[in-house]
Design a protein around this ligand. Structure first.
Ligand SMILES: Cc1ncc(COP(=O)(O)O)c(C=O)c1O
Length: 495
């Protein structure tokens, strides 16, 4: 029992799994250690004898696989153990050590390496690592995997589309996109129904800036202190954190001016001083401000200023959009919950159920300022992207994600307030919807709590200085929120 599965996971069948390679001996040994722990030693030694001088990173042949299976049979493992071995080999045929070594050898080191957890599989809010451990993921891959860590329906749709028409350039009419347009329009804020599709949030922000500049025929842009808009040349230029801009000589751009968030006087002064027509903002500042929501009064005054001075506001909803910050049912975007409509909006992350698809969205009048030849994209809005966007947005509506966010957000905030009463470490709680942060006094406290949480199977890799940030998948259930609160309580107390 399960030995066939083990053999098939060691020697891949290209007709069924063209994405795989043959397993290495290193991976087989690792899986045996994961499943059998100290009892694996003897088995690994006998396998090494049987297979002869096989290197740890050598891919195993059919003959090797037969020998491994017969050795496992001879050791009288239980069906549960064999099943666990098969599942772990199916999820990865490559060892943790080899994956890490290749990553370090070949990846440009632009980010801190999260090397303790190497995810191989996922289900709902949960991810499984190469060691077979499960973690509830409270950062949703920077707020992208909101419909879960795997998605069979999107998988099926992408499979069908890849077999039919895998790509098509942006400037052709295509059916996958037409299907999407029929599905999407009722989700959008009023009049924002002209789309320009991109592949990442940063790209969408870049294109939003281009559209705003073309429409206003002006160059100056006001962004906000502690705002974050991505890493492309344009997006990073309007991002506050100097450490992201300085190495690229983007810290003194003459077209970018930073105002203070939630301070209308600061915006007014900059508009007066610079004559700027374009403002870019997040309604809930995420990455750099620890999930700080805009004050509703500030938004009201900003929209008054917009009217008075004829300004263009770009609302960057790459992170906050698709229900994450809903206050009432049907608030698909933060601007809807603040009851304002921006001129241009950027969307991404959740959009394709985590398949890379993003967009700039605007109204008809502004859209017409972009003329043929002004821009273009090879992959923007390709049929695979549009298929995943169609399926993901349909799922969001069917699963009433905004309703879930409102309920889970209340549960989360209530639970955190109770924890605050008994844990001095929690100095403040801030956020909106399922963009939530705890102020924990020091960066050391944040990393200690994160380490403890990880020990208890909760992965929250996101923080902003003294803030521990939570961006749970928007499908998170009541029992999962309770579980996280419970483990958070224990983790804080263990500090
Ligand atoms: C508000 C906001 N805008 C833009 C981006 C950039 O998105 P991407 O990483 O897909 O380029 C992010 C990413 O975190 C974001 O939070």
């Amino acid at each position: 029992m399960y030995t066939r599965e083990i053999k098939n996971a060691i020697n891949y069948d290209r007709t069924k799994h063209p994405e795989r390679t043959n397993a290495t001996f290193g991976r087989v040994a690792e899986v045996l250690e994961n499943v059998l722990e100290s009892k694996s030693d003897e088995l690994i030694i006998s396998l090494q004898k049987k297979l002869g001088s096989v290197e740890m990173d050598a891919e195993l042949s059919e003959e090797h696989a037969e020998k491994i299976v017969s050795t496992l049979n001879a050791h009288a493992l239980t069906p549960d153990q064999l099943h666990a071995i098969a599942l772990q080999l199916q999820s990865s045929e490559i060892s943790t050590e080899e994956a890490l070594a290749l990553h370090k050898k070949y990846k440009v080191p632009v980010s801190h390496l999260e090397k303790d957890i190497i995810p191989v599989a996922g289900n709902g809010c949960w991810i499984q690592d190469t060691k077979g451990n499960w973690y509830i993921d409270m950062d949703s891959n920077y707020s992208a995997t909101n419909l879960g860590m795997s998605n069979p329906e999107i998988g099926q749709g992408l499979y069908n589309q890849a077999n039919l028409l895998i790509s098509m350039k942006e400037d052709r009419v295509q059916i996958a996109r037409t299907r999407f347009l029929k599905e999407m329009s009722d989700m959008m804020p009023k009049d924002l129904n002209y789309f320009y599709w991109q592949n990442s949030g940063g790209e969408a922000v870049d294109k939003a800036l281009k559209i705003a500049k073309a429409y206003t025929d002006s160059k100056q842009v006001i962004a906000f202190k502690n705002g974050f808009h991505g890493r492309t040349h344009g997006a990073v230029s309007v991002t506050w954190n100097e450490a992201y801009r300085k190495p690229f000589h983007l810290n003194n751009e003459d077209w970018v001016h930073f105002a203070t968030f939630n301070d209308i006087e600061s915006v007014k002064k900059l508009v007066e001083k610079t004559g700027t027509k374009i403002i870019i903002m997040e309604m809930i500042q995420g990455e750099e401000a620890g999930n700080l929501p805009a004050d509703p009064d500030f938004i009201k005054q900003l929209w008054n200023l917009k009217k008075e001075k004829d300004l263009i506001i770009i609302d960057d909803e790459v992170q906050a959009g698709f229900g994450r910050t809903a206050v009432k049912k049907g608030d698909w975007f933060a601007c809807q919950s603040y009851q304002v409509v921006p001129d241009i909006m950027t969307i991404g992350k959740s959009f394709g159920g985590s398949y890379p698809v993003t967009a700039v969205v605007t109204n008809e009048k502004i859209s017409q300022s972009m003329k043929p030849g002004y821009d273009g994209s090879t992959f923007g809005g390709n049929p695979m992207a549009m298929t995943s966007a169609l399926i993901a947005t349909r799922q969001m509506k069917e699963q009433e994600i905004t309703k879930n966010v409102i309920a889970r957000s209340k549960q989360f905030f209530d639970g955190l307030e109770q924890l605050q009463q008994k844990n001095d470490m929690i100095e403040d709680i801030q956020g909106r919807g399922l963009m939530i942060s705890l102020l924990l006094g020091s960066e050391e406290n944040v990393s200690k709590v994160q380490d403890n949480l990880k020990e208890h199977g909760v992965k929250t890799s996101l923080s902003t200085g003294k803030y521990l940030r939570f961006l749970p998948p928007t499908i998170i259930s009541e029992s999962e929120v309770n579980l996280v609160l419970d483990r958070l309580d224990t983790s804080i107390q263990q500090c």
